[in-house]
Design a binder for this molecule. Structure first.
Ligand code: C2E
Ligand code: MG
Ligand code: MG
Ligand code: MG
Length: 283
């Protein structure tokens, strides 16, 4: 019986792995077309000023409506795409779409920075900066209206190359954010050697801030130091007013989260942002 159980377990694990491989294979073969046939698109989530509770930025988040697999979450397909060269086309497409949306907003007299998520694999690619520059030139948009979100991993794995490439973007005027800050093991002291403008405090801390005094101390110390170093501090994943208020009290300047708005399509964003035209006036 024990042997049978073991075999059953082994075959379950085997078939899980197999299904996972098949899933990955199907995803990758579908992905290339999906990028150009409307199945893949962007949603945008606002970033809110914690004092005024008004929008001051947007983050572009990729979505995939697969015809048979329904909605596939970015966490389910980006890691696979990152194992292929398609990650470059994906990021360039996201960049293009974000610039097009920025242009649409600018034409309506609205101006606010849009953040895009950059894969570590993109930054390792020698052509990345040049290709992004070429795309930016096609649009008449200030680099300061674009923020690149990267994770700590890249800075740890390859500090010399990261510094060179981030310096190029920074000199051009792009904003650069550290996404999911606190999840990795880098310190602000280490990060300070890179041209960073923004620190995004990971949702891991946000989730427990109300109930965990230790987290409160850690987040307060992080915010204090980050602000002394001149960074904007964004709190990720704020879902209730109490958390927003506490994060504001601890010094957080801005936040994103379901409390304010879930990621939405362009038309809904335009309607929403129109209410804040005066604050977001192009200038
Ligand atoms: P991220 O950059 O940290 O983005 C924040 C994630 O948290 C998004 O998930 C967003 O929908 C979700 N979120 C926002 N507010 C809340 C909240 O209050 N509560 C909870 N529970 N979640 C919230 P999403 O869109 O599923 O994206 C997941 C991750 O996939 C992103 O994490 C980012 O790392 C990656 N990603 C998304 N779009 C892109 C992209 O265009 N390019 C790349 N390279 N990565 C992307
Ligand atoms: Mg992000
Ligand atoms: Mg994040
Ligand atoms: Mg993330």
């Amino acid at each position: 019986a024990r042997e049978a159980k073991k075999n059953h377990l082994a075959s379950m694990i085997y078939s899980d792995l197999n299904t996972q491989k098949e899933f990955e294979y199907e995803i990758l073969s579908d992905f290339k077309n999906a990028l150009n046939n409307g199945q893949i698109y962007l949603m945008y989530q606002p970033k809110i000023d914690l004092k005024t509770r008004k929008p001051i930025g947007l983050e572009a988040l990729i979505r995939w409506n697969h015809p048979t697999k329904k909605q596939i979450k970015p966490d389910q397909f980006i890691p696979s795409v990152e194992n292929t060269n398609m990650i470059h086309e994906m990021t360039e497409t996201v960049f293009r779409w974000s610039l097009e949306f920025q242009k649409k907003l600018n034409d309506k007299g609205i101006e606010l920075p849009i953040s895009i998520n950059i894969s570590t694999k993109n930054l390792y690619n020698k052509d990345f900066y040049n290709r992004m520059s070429k795309i930016l030139k096609e649009y008449n948009i200030k680099p300061s209206l674009i923020e690149l979100e990267i994770t700590e991993t890249i800075l740890m794995e390859n500090p010399e190359d990261s510094k060179l490439i981030l310096d190029s973007f920074s000199n051009e005027g792009y904003r650069i954010a550290i996404d999911d800050f606190g999840k990795g093991y880098s310190s602000l002291d280490y990060i300070a050697q890179f041209p960073i403008t923004t620190i995004k405090v990971d949702r891991f801390f946000t989730k427990q801030i109300l109930i965990n005094p230790t987290t409160q101390h850690i987040v307060k110390a992080t915010i204090d130091l980050a602000k002394q170093l001149g960074y904007e501090v964004v709190i990720e994943g704020v879902e209730d007013v109490e958390t927003a208020d506490l994060m504001q009290k601890l010094g957080g300047q801005s936040a994103q989260g379901y409390l304010f708005m879930r990621p939405r399509g362009e038309d809904e964003l335009i309607t929403y942002l129109n209410q804040y035209r005066d604050e977001l006036k192009k200038g």
